[in-house]
Write a protein that binds this ligand. Structure first.
Ligand code: ATP
Ligand code: LTN
Length: 336
């Protein structure tokens, strides 16, 4: 039988805290949708996570937890390569080479670097600045054609594309130039429930701003009940004028699968109280089976460790091919 070569896809999430429904909607949910069409590589980006302070035991736990969550959300380890970034040393090795074609100015003007440097002023380190180069190495190692992420990662992906093109120009065709896959609608950027002008983020100091994938039903209902809306009382999608309500409508639309127009119709003539309760119940109902499956997987330690071991081996096989090519192109002596 003729072998069909699928295009490759790479994405990752940092094990830097509890995953939010923003991460789920902007990233994981799309991975599940794309996994049949592409040859997929998904990682827990622990090398990225240490660019801000992490507690070692917590990082280890978060990493295992994140991998169980991927599987519980429907990322199929039979179809996709699932692995921990630090298990494949090629990520650091390619980062070094890419560093030599990256200009400091390209990194110091990155929005995320500026934000995180301001938030972690006591720990502005070279890793934080080099974060986007490591991300480019992740993507380029696997010759990924597509990278599904939330809108906040767009600038980093542009750098990955620039570095791929720059390397190809300087040393000859080596890397696939990756395309971002970012949702067109507002699902690409789920906003904080407490302040709809800010993106929902797992490292927000106000836990009322985000819903995590492991929040229980009461917590979910309580957080939605407190969600910031506006002084009007119409449930209508208008992101500029009504950012809070529009964000809740987006969340409801994603978890019900109904169109935004149909979601608005569900609440015609109803007040914000009913609306927020319905959004909360919908999210709690959708998360319950994922939470149950994750709890089961966390107990299946051998099974999960096998997936990660196999994943690292498979990832390494692909990564090594690219890294050897890079080493040859830049002129490293191979002993042959
Ligand atoms: P941190 O707050 O620690 O920086 P984060 O919540 O932004 O973390 P990441 O690990 O940086 O999470 O992101 C994982 C994925 O989730 C990325 O693809 C990112 O674009 C996406 N993502 C993060 N926040 C949102 C959001 N609010 N809406 C949609 N997608 C998001
Ligand atoms: N920086 C990403 C996580 C990440 C990533 C990647 C995403 C690390 N490496 C490669 C896509 C491709 C983030 O979402 N904060």
């Amino acid at each position: 039988m003729e072998e069909i070569h699928k295009s490759k896809l790479f994405s990752a999430i940092q094990p830097s805290g509890a995953v939010t429904i923003g991460n789920y909607i902007g990233a994981i949910k799309n991975w599940v949708r794309l996994q049949d069409e592409y040859e997929c590589f998904f990682a827990a980006a622990d090398l990225h996570a240490i660019t801000v302070k992490q507690e070692a035991a917590q990082l280890r736990k978060n990493t295992f937890d994140l991998m169980a969550l991927f599987v519980a959300c429907g990322v199929d380890p039979e179809k996709c390569v699932l692995f921990v970034q630090s298990h494949v040393s090629a990520h650091c090795e390619l980062t070094w080479v890419l560093n030599t074609i990256t200009y400091p100015g390209e990194l110091s003007r990155m929005t995320q670097f500026k934000d995180k440097s301001a938030r972690h002023a006591e720990n502005v380190n070279m890793g934080l600045m080099d974060y986007p180069v490591l991300m480019a190495a992740d993507i380029l190692l696997y010759q990924a054609a597509l990278v599904p992420v939330g809108a906040d990662q767009k600038q980093h992906l542009e750098l990955s594309r620039d570095l791929a093109m720059r390397f190809n120009n300087r040393y000859g065709e080596t890397f696939t130039v990756p395309e971002p896959y970012i949702l067109k609608d507002s699902g690409a950027r789920i906003m904080s429930l407490a302040d709809p002008s800010k993106k929902m983020s797992k490292s927000d100091e106000n836990p009322n701003g985000f819903i995590t994938m492991s929040d229980d039903r009461d917590t979910i209902l309580r957080k939605f009940k407190r969600a910031v809306t506006d002084s009007d009382s119409q449930v209508r999608y208008a992101p500029e004028e009504k950012p809070g309500v529009s964000n809740l409508l987006t969340i409801y639309h994603v978890f019900t699968g109904k169109s935004i127009a149909d979601c608005e119709k569900d609440f015609a003539g109803k007040g914000y109280g009913d609306f927020k309760l319905a959004v909360g119940e919908t999210v709690a109902d959708a998360l319950a089976p994922i939470q149950q499956e994750k709890a089961r997987l966390l107990k299946e330690k051998d099974y999960m460790n096998d997936i990660l071991k196999q994943g690292a081996e498979n990832a390494f096989r692909t990564a090594r091919r690219t890294l050897s090519k890079v080493y040859r192109k830049v002129g490293f002596y191979s002993g042959e």
